[in-house]
Write a protein that binds this ligand. Structure first.
Ligand code: NDP
Length: 487
């Protein structure tokens, strides 16, 4: 008989927390509870990957209708109905939330719809006033988007807000050059919003392969996104009549002037009533936007949880410090997912949750493997990537770079200028493929499979031995014979 109410108390009902809870209860027979103060499913399901991907799908239909004519179809492009899409989207999120709740229930996990904090190494305090004891506590509280400390930054929205907009804006400024900024630039542009994007650095998607990010940036511009690098917001405020008039008179922003009256007249709901917003950029331009979206990073959800008081160590940005087994400085407390700020991706949080259960409940100490994680950025076109970028690899050892860029059959036939990129970084010494980078429609699907080969340590010759699937875009990944360059 345990001295505790539970063997495991999980704080946070997102992808990582739910997986750990139900595997500990269902497979390891542990007595488990989970507390969540918001919707079950967490960032990925409720305000991240899932609704974002559905929005990517929605945004891609405009191009499909245009291209269909080249293929002999007579399809009529109607307007996009945000309200109709949003209500279907919300229905789907409700369904998924229920799936998560049912999974927990089916595994015998007790759930508390309450905010939880840590009151001791084995004690969890709930906002309902109850206190529960547990042999182990797992913190899986995720993260939240942050605004920069620019004055008036509260006028801008963050990614969480996008899915609740009553109306789409006519014009949108997106600040940031990471995953979220670039994905939403493509989505909103596809849905017919005039998108401007400011990124403070020289090229978007810092840290990824330079050639790949260069092609994504070029394609975004070709599709009509006004992407400005070396730019940030210097000042912002609610647009006054004067701002609107002077913005209308600015030669560089002439196109916008015609829209000022229309924008003033635009019916914006109380929820969205933050625009129009006047923005002065660091390179001197002034412009009025209906909406500003800050996609300037995310911070861990570790505040006001009593963590430091019980001895859990936090990093500079509030991330919970853990070892390879996700154990914190307090032996009975573990943490997984974005709150630890290791690799902030849903499948990684799930892996961390599974490794935690193996370690703590199945007597099989399992460190989390963070090497060679494939990932995709759902820009348009998508980028799929695994392993080292050319720049990282050449700093490490002598490499060969195999690379090809071409116009894919489907869009070339429709008269589009779109290009795709297939790239392999190969170690000269071991012949292993150190990195694979794909920019192409469906790159997310392709990199999942290429990721298996790279993770297995496949050499360039292993790729070469594989027969091409013809005619596809991805066949190029096994047909590149001569290195483009060596470094
Ligand atoms: P990122 O950290 O990827 O990007 C933040 C961006 O904001 C960077 O371009 C950064 O610039 C810029 N920035 C930061 N502070 C400021 C500032 N004060 N002023 C102007 N710009 C600023 O964060 P995201 O919010 O895009 O995404 C968070 C995480 O979510 C990602 O790291 C990823 O792990 C995950 N994610 C994954 C997705 C996927 O797998 N497809 C999709 C969406 C999110 P700089 O580069 O100069 O630092």
């Amino acid at each position: 008989m345990s001295d505790f109410d539970y063997d495991l108390f999980v704080i946070g009902g997102g992808s990582g927390g739910v997986r750990a809870a139900r595997v500990a209860a269902g497979e390891a027979g542990a007595k488990v509870a989970l507390a969540e103060d918001d919707r079950y499913g967490g960032t990925c399901v409720i305000r991240g990957c899932v609704p974002k991907k559905l929005m990517v799908f929605a945004s891609e239909y405009a191009g499909v209708v245009e291209d269909a004519a080249s293929y002999g179809w007579d399809l009529k492009q109607g307007p996009f109905d945000w309200q109709s899409f949003r209500s279907r989207l919300n229905g789907e999120l409700d369904r998924l939330e229920q799936v998560y709740r049912n999974l927990l229930k089916g595994s015998g996990v007790d759930t508390f719809d309450a905010r939880a904090s840590v009151a001791g190494p084995h004690e969890v305090k709930l906002s309902t006033g109850e206190t529960k004891s547990a042999k182990h506590i797992l913190i899986a509280t995720g993260g939240h988007p942050v605004r920069p400390d620019t004055p008036n930054a509260h006028l801008g929205i963050v990614s969480d807000d996008i899915f609740h907009l009553e109306n789409l804006p006519k014009s949108l400024l997106i600040v940031g050059g990471g995953y979220i900024a670039c994905e939403f630039a493509g989505i909103m542009n596809g849905l017919g919003v005039e998108v401007t994007q400011y990124y403070r650095g020289a090229q978007i998607l810092r840290g990824f392969d330079e050639e790949a990010r260069g092609l994504v940036a070029e394609s975004m511009r070709e599709r009509g996104i006004d992407l400005r690098v070396g730019a940030n917001i210097l000042e912002m405020s609610p647009a006054s009549e004067d701002h609107m008039m002077s913005a209308a008179g600015t030669a560089s922003d002439a196109a916008m002037g015609a829209d000022v009256k229309q924008r003033q007249e635009m019916q914006v709901s109380a929820k969205d009533a933050k625009g129009p917003i006047w923005v002065k950029s660091t390179n001197g331009g002034e412009k009025v936007f209906d909406m500003v979206l800050f996609a300037t990073g995310r911070d861990p959800n570790s505040k006001d949880m009593g963590l430091e008081k019980v001895g859990v160590k936090l990093g500079r940005r509030g991330q919970i410090e853990v070892d390879a087994y996700s154990q914190t400085a307090v032996p009975s407390i573990y943490a997984i997912g974005d709150v630890t700020d290791r690799v902030n991706l849903t499948p990684v949080a799930i892996r961390e949750g599974m490794a935690f259960v193996e370690t703590v409940f199945k007597g099989n100490p399992t460190p989390v493997d963070h090497e060679l994680i494939p990932s995709a950025i759902f820009t348009q076109p998508e980028m799929g990537t695994v392993g080292l970028s050319e720049e990282e690899a050449r700093d490490q050892e002598a490499i060969e770079v195999y690379c090809t860029s071409f116009r894919p059959m489907q869009t070339a036939f429709a008269g589009r200028p779109d290009r795709v990129l297939m790239k392999l970084i190969v170690s000269k010494e071991t012949r292993k493929v150190l990195g694979c980078h794909i920019v192409a429609p469906g790159a997310g699907e392709m990199i999942q499979l290429a990721g298996i080969a790279v993770k297995m340590g496949a050499t360039k010759e292993d790729f070469d031995r594989t027969v091409a699937v013809h005619p596809t875009m991805s066949e190029e990944i096994v047909t590149m014979r001569t290195p483009m360059r060596t470094a």
